[in-house]
Design a binder for this molecule. Structure first.
Ligand code: FAD
Length: 451
């Protein structure tokens, strides 16, 4: 047996990033152990029973137009499906309005925007009054780029709800370079609308899912791995051979030796674990903010739905409108498999909470359900009482890519690379979506096996 075959890799964190890295390391011939703090792997991908149906209560879809998510699902033999084609709406200025063509909220067709009624007449005048000195060469927030081109109301009523759905943050704090490089590029070329033809159009569906939910991806990955749940890694030290990881409470600590370590955990635990090994990375990681949110899933009798509700896949809500929910997803209308699994129950969900707003974590389940039902009643006239509800809080759910994020990540990687045998991956670095996290897991494993 060669020396390489006996090497042990430990992956800290059993979310999609860590599990992907672990799978690659197993394929490369390493003995791999995944240490996961929670009682099950998956992190932000998680299923629970609502109305007797096993449903995603965290992430529920993946981008289809990049290969990593759907590619991994197919490798694992999982049935990739696409949303039905029901479209989303914007609930603003007192009505549900169609979503015009945009690049993450930056309008690409001003006539469509006007017809949607999303902007006030004054906001529309400003959006059409095109002027822009172009963004600076340095990084700048998405909100600043869009406000400069179209005015503040486009940021408030379009970019905030769309970007808020992905990052749960605010457009004026999110890096254009990290979150929307194409937008920045078009603005620098002399105008987003003027260069709308450069935005790729395609018949390929934007999103994909899995029949049975995204949780199937976690189950399939974990099935081939040695995942130790309820095991929190408390410290990471260098040894002469490699690393020593400490787990468990102080009175009953356990130790694990490893030749290679991948940290697939969020920024705060990564920062703590790297404090001695890579102090520069630890400091940078500690500066990454996280937004918390809550997902409320409702099971309602299909017969109690207002007519035509299934024509939309849900709606997004701009924070400026002061509602409790920031989005509603009519899962029964968005996914055929949910419609079939629900039978005579309509399954849908709302989400609440943005950066700096921890209220939803502290409210009782009953309050969150009541707030969801109140907004749904006003938005679509839903009056039916749920037969089952589920509340999932996501404290520290989504990292915020602040202006300068790419430079920060470069500094983190430079610091981590100085420690041979160590790599990091996860939503904190190169994209928060599932596909991007899978890519970061692959990259972490490759960095260790190629060296
Ligand atoms: C509500 C919600 C909805 C989302 N919806 C979508 C969506 O529809 N599509 C999409 O593409 N993306 C979505 N995302 C984003 C995406 O799901 C996440 O960014 C991604 O799953 C993060 O994966 P990860 O492996 O990097 O981190 P995580 O999923 O956070 O996994 C990290 C794991 O590390 C563990 N851990 C932490 N500290 C330790 C420690 N000290 N020792 C051991 N283990 C530890 C945690 O318990 C966790 O399981 C959503 C996110 C949220 C919160």
């Amino acid at each position: 047996m060669s020396e390489r075959e006996t090497l042990r890799a430990v992956v800290v964190g059993g979310g999609i990033s860590g599990l992907t890295a672990a799978r690659d390391l197993v394929a490369a011939g390493y003995e791999v152990v995944v240490l996961e703090a929670a009682d099950r792997p998956g992190g932000k991908i998680r299923r629970d029973l609502v109305g007797g149906v096993s449903l995603d209560v965290g992430a529920e879809a993946m981008v289809n137009r990049r290969p990593e998510g759907v590619g991994l699902a197919r490798e694992l033999g999982l049935p990739v499906v696409h949303p039905t084609g029901a479209t989303s709406r914007i609930w603003t200025r007192g009505a549900l309005r169609p979503l015009p063509r945009t690049l993450m909220g930056a309008p690409l067709d001003l006539d469509q925007l006007e017809a949607s009624g999303i902007l006030s007449p004054e906001g529309m005048v400003r959006a059409r009054h095109r002027y822009s000195g172009g963004p600076p060469d340095s990084d700048v927030s998405v909100g600043e780029v869009v406000a400069e081109e179209y005015g503040e109301e486009v940021v408030d009523r379009l970019v905030e709800p769309l970007l808020g759905g992905v990052y749960a943050g605010y457009a004026r704090g999110i890096s254009a370079q990290a979150a929307m490089p194409l937008l920045l590029d078009l603005a620098r070329r002399g105008g987003i609308v003027e260069h709308a033809s450069a935005v790729p159009t395609s018949d390929v569906p934007v999103f994909a899912g899995l029949a049975g939910g995204m949780g199937g991806l976690v189950d399939a990955l974990a099935a081939g791995l040695d995942v130790r749940t309820s095991t929190t890694v408390r410290s990471l030290e260098r040894t002469t051979r490699g690393f020593r990881l400490t787990t468990g409470p102080v009175p009953a600590q356990e130790f694990l030796e490893a030749d290679l370590v991948v940290l697939g955990v969020p920024a705060a635990p990564s920062s703590r674990l790297l404090a001695d090994l890579a102090p520069a990375a630890a400091t940078e990681l500690a500066a990454i903010d996280y937004a918390s949110m809550t997902v409320v899933t409702l099971a309602l009798p299909m017969t109690g739905l207002p007519p035509g509700m299934e024509a939309a896949s849900g709606f997004l809500v701009p924070p400026i409108d002061g509602r409790r929910i920031k989005a509603a997803t009519f899962s029964f209308a968005k996914w055929d498999w949910v419609r079939e699994a629900g039978g005579d129950l309509a399954l849908l969900r709302t989400s609440m909470g943005r950066l700096g707003d921890e209220r939803t974590l502290q409210c009782s389940d009953d309050e969150l359900v009541a707030a969801s039902l109140g907004d749904l009643r006003e938005a679509v006239g839903l009056e039916a009482a749920p037969v089952d509800t589920h509340v999932q809080r996501w404290g520290g759910g989504l990292p915020q890519y602040a202006v300068g994020h790419l430079d920060r990540v470069a500094r983190i990687r430079a610091s981590v690379e100085k420690v041979p045998g160590l790599a990091v991956c996860g939503a904190a670095y190169d994209g928060v979506g599932i596909a991007a996290c899978i890519a970061s897991g692959h990259a972490a494993a490759a960095a260790l096996t190629d060296s």
